[in-house]
Design a protein around this ligand. Structure first.
Ligand SMILES: [Zn+2]
Length: 185
């Protein structure tokens, strides 16, 4: 089931509050700093080729491990994604909980091995990471700058991806989602 517009509004709201609390006013969003503000320990891990990140929840504390070999942009998305699991999905009644993430965007490929709930959680974590790394208000403000006025959409997305330190793919998805929900909120 696709995520609902009310879920997106909730996420946007939560991210806006978080950015305000940490006093982040512009891109690039320091996602590791925000994760630490939320009580997480953030560490590079040797995770091999397949795993992007992990979240270990133990004794009321979350540890986010990101793949030390991945690009900075990918690591930033991973940290945002694992932070979402910590804030939204960890079962706080359990003494221990664990999330292991491979590729995020193409997860539906593997959806046979995920339960419906897990699949929803993955979608939600991606939406949260996107909203955190590319806050709607920051994007709107950035795009008002003169230098973007004459750019084609492809060039615009490329330039914004640099400013926000995300992949072009992540920025493209973010634009698609913002367009989809622009009139729904
Ligand atoms: Zn995940």
């Amino acid at each position: 089931m696709p995520l609902t517009s009310s879920f997106y509004s909730k996420i946007e709201q939560q991210v806006a509050e978080l950015l305000k609390a940490v006093n982040i006013l512009q891109a690039p969003v320091p996602v590791d700093q925000i994760a630490r503000f939320c009580g997480a320990v953030v560490l590079p891990y040797e995770l091999g080729n397949e795993v992007s990140g992990v979240l270990v929840y133990e004794e009321s504390r979350g540890t986010i491990g990101y793949n030390a070999s991945h690009s900075t942009k990918r690591q930033r998305f991973t940290i945002g994604h694992e932070l979402a699991h910590l804030l939204l999905h960890v079962n706080k009644h359990k003494s221990k909980d664990l999330f292991v993430d491979k590729d995020f965007i193409v997860k539906w490929r593997y959806n046979k091995i995920y339960s419906q709930k897990e699949f929803e959680h993955e979608q939600e974590a991606n939406a949260f990471a996107a909203a955190l790394l590319m806050p709607k208000e920051f994007l709107i403000k950035e795009m008002q700058k003169e230098k973007y006025a004459e750019m084609t959409e492809i060039k615009l997305i490329e330039e914004l991806a640099k400013v926000f330190q995300v992949s072009i793919q992540a920025m493209t998805y973010r634009f698609a989602d913002l367009n989809k929900f622009a009139y729904a909120t």
